[in-house]
Design a protein around this ligand. Structure first.
Ligand SMILES: Nc1ncnc2c1ncn2[C@@H]1O[C@H](COP(=O)(O)OP(=O)(O)OP(=O)(O)O)[C@@H](O)[C@H]1O
Ligand SMILES: [Mg+2]
Length: 408
């Protein structure tokens, strides 16, 4: 193999930084991994008349990226996609939201700004009439992201009215609403009356293969290599959240380049966790500090309990019981710990004084806990390993268990 020169390593370093994108959403189909079934579903909705979609799921699962790319190959000789994407914010009313959309529409032969044509408040019927102006060969796709941030009840009600009215449109504009939510009722008023027109598209976390795909396609493009074991590690630490896959992938690749190597192995992935922790959203780091801090310099076991929570087996909704924390906590502490010894800690961590890291649902005796922020669980594992709260040995026991469960 030809020796790689100093300048090539520098170029490769820049390529790594461009290739992994922990942060900005994806804009290109080629950059987007997995999610084939959902993409097809959204494309069908865009083609069918009077059908719209609401994409919802946990924070950071890839909602905006999906909304950015799903329509890109719908252009054909008889159909031109006209995409308009806006972000809702907490101050938006129906009027201000649609003004954002109107400012992005230019009708042929008309130079005026559509927004200024409406001196008074914009109503659903105004929107209806403007949308009716799109041609039969056009596929207007209007994406309203961050829909969960709208606090104005009236706006939500008028949106439902608009979606109902849009069944009368002779052409085929498609509305795509996108927001963070566990269920659609948190985002849409009177959903029952439009359930045939507004299709629910819940978005889960990515599965292990999809996360591996995020990494392996990028590593291949960089003409680098990654071992299977290293890929497993990235999938485990990412817990289905693509941000972590990008962040760990980036730092592991940078560490390889630093050593003038094109090979990424497990040890580089483990070493990159420290960099990844520093990349995580400030609010996550802040909640962790709050959850585990010493009060009046008195030692406590909050960090250990939290690490045990992050290691537990949980159900599809990410929920776990207090009893399931016993096993990992006992391993971490090196002695048997039963629920009464730490139920106080679990409860405290559902409070703001301890960073609101956990949420509790269900009734007494059947309480279930889950992490309030999805990004928290991977962060806790990495941070606990880093700080020595979790030894490599204990971690590996649970890691192997999880890996086996994945492989079945
Ligand atoms: N299918 C994918 N393939 C590769 N990377 C992805 C994919 N989906 C998302 N990402 C990456 O994951 C991160 C989060 O993506 P995105 O911003 O789309 O999520 P989101 O659900 O809109 O987040 P939020 O809830 O904060 O709005 C980004 O770094 C993005 O580049
Ligand atoms: Mg988003």
């Amino acid at each position: 193999m030809r020796a790689i020169r100093e300048t090539d390593w520098k170029a490769l370093r820049s390529e790594v930084l461009e290739t992994f994108t922990p942060g900005p959403p994806i804009n290109e189909v080629a950059e987007f991994a997995g999610r084939k079934a959902i993409i097809q579903r959204l494309q069908d909705i865009a083609i069918e008349r009077a059908r719209h979609a609401i994409i919802f799921g946990e924070r950071g699962v890839g909602k905006t990226s999906l909304a950015n790319i799903f329509y890109k190959d719908l252009n054909s000789s008889t159909r031109v996609v006209r995409e308009i994407a806006v972000d809702a914010d907490s101050l938006d009313s129906f009027d201000s939201l649609w003004r954002k959309v109107f400012r992005r529409i230019r009708w042929p032969g008309d130079d005026s700004n559509l927004d200024t044509c409406y001196p008074g408040p914009i109503e659903p019927d105004h929107v209806f009439l403007e949308l009716a102006r799109f041609g039969q060969n056009e596929a207007p796709i209007i994406i309203i992201d961050e829909y969960d941030r709208i606090t104005d009840e009236n706006c939500r009600i008028l949106m439902t009215d608009l979606i109902k009215a849009m069944t009368r449109l002779p052409n085929n504009p498609t509305l795509i609403l996108v927001g963070v939510a566990d269920n659609i009722l948190q985002l849409v008023r009177d959903h029952g009356s439009i359930h045939r027109n507004l299709v629910q598209v819940p978005m889960d976390r990515m599965n292990g293969d999809e996360i591996k795909d995020v990494i392996s396609t990028r590593v291949r493009r960089l003409r680098m290599k990654i071992t299977d074991d290293a890929l497993w590690r990235v999938a485990y630490f990412s817990a289905g959240l693509p941000f972590y896959a990008h962040s760990i992938g980036k730092y592991a690749a940078l560490r390889a380049v630093e050593k003038q190597s094109i090979n990424i192995d497990e040890s580089l992935v483990l070493a990159s966790l420290a960099d990844c922790i520093a990349d995580v959203d400030y609010t996550v780091a802040e909640s962790y500090t709050r959850a585990t801090e010493k009060i009046y310099r008195k030692g406590n076991i909050f960090a250990q309990v939290l690490a045990a929570c992050a290691l537990t087996e949980n159900n599809d909704l990410g929920q776990f019981t207090a009893a399931s924390v016993e096993g990992p906590l006992s391993k971490i502490m090196g002695e048997q710990f039963e629920v009464p010894a730490f139920s106080f800690h679990l409860n405290q961590m559902t409070n703001p004084e301890r960073g609101n890291v956990l949420k509790k649902t269900g009734a007494r005796r059947t309480f279930q806990y889950h992490f309030a922020e999805p990004a928290m669980q991977p962060y806790i594992i990495m941070k606990s390993l880093q700080d020595g709260v979790l030894s490599r040995e204990v971690f590996e026991q649970f890691y192997v268990k999880r890996q086996k469960a994945f492989a079945i």
